[in-house]
Design a protein around this ligand. Sequence first.
Ligand code: MN9
Length: 290
Amino acid sequence: MKKLYSALMTAFDENGNINEAGIREMIRYNIDVNKVDGLYVGGSTGENFLLAPEQKREVFKIAIDEAKDDIDLIAQVGSLDLNESKALAKYVTDLGYPKISAVTPFYYQYSFEQIKDYYNEIVKDVDNKLIIYSIPALTGVGLSLEQFAELFENPKIIGIKYTNADFFLLERVRNTFPDKLILSGFDEMLLPALALDVDGAIGSTYNLNAPRARAEMEAFEAGDIDKARQIQKVSNDAISALIANDIYPSLKLVFEEMGVHAGFTKAPMAKPNDKMRAGAKKIYEDYFKD
Ligand code: MN9
């Protein structure tokens, strides 16, 4: 069975402080209602790159404390500061996270040799397995088939969170590395990713839309492509509406409509205004009210 992961959001108060109760509510909702297979903690959706080092640790601690062994957990530890990434890799491994992940190093332009050293350093001193987080649209860093092959020479590097619309490369990667874990990262392109035999998906919108994504995966596996396509169409109507309304605060506003206290995004992410609130209410009513 293909696996479905929500990218965990971080609930903040209005001043960007962590709201622990809100994070726990979102985790419970994902486990009890969405019935996801796992959570990706500390990713883009978690606003991780806006967090202070101690806030990252706080989120990792809360998430494993709430989720325990009930679902799979992947901790994204990549950071601009390699020493911090290494320390976080150790921290989450000690907490019991069964997998880590790291975004490709970004902002400065690194050679592939430097990128490779970064990954090998992160896993060097920890007894854990790592999934490369590839998201070229946000990092500006794209990896080629040959570069993935070089990274996979390290046996601790076991897969890719593939957030990329390059399906040619996805096909090459899937068929070159049949035993690697490939998790698709663009929710709006779940169906073409399934067609190329990814092992599952990780995404922000599954926090709200996991039941549809699960139904789509089941239809796909049963060979009912028409049904899978119809479900993807409705999901994409919802995703388009979320993006048009500013996706990060809107995911939280829709959660609030559902009674889950997802709180605020962290500045410089947008503070909700009346128009955004009205938009989120409509998205809730159109797609997520049962
Ligand atoms: O990685 C998410 N990516 C970002 C996962 O947030 C940058 C996706 O789940 C997108 O939010 C989603 C909407 O574009 O596919």
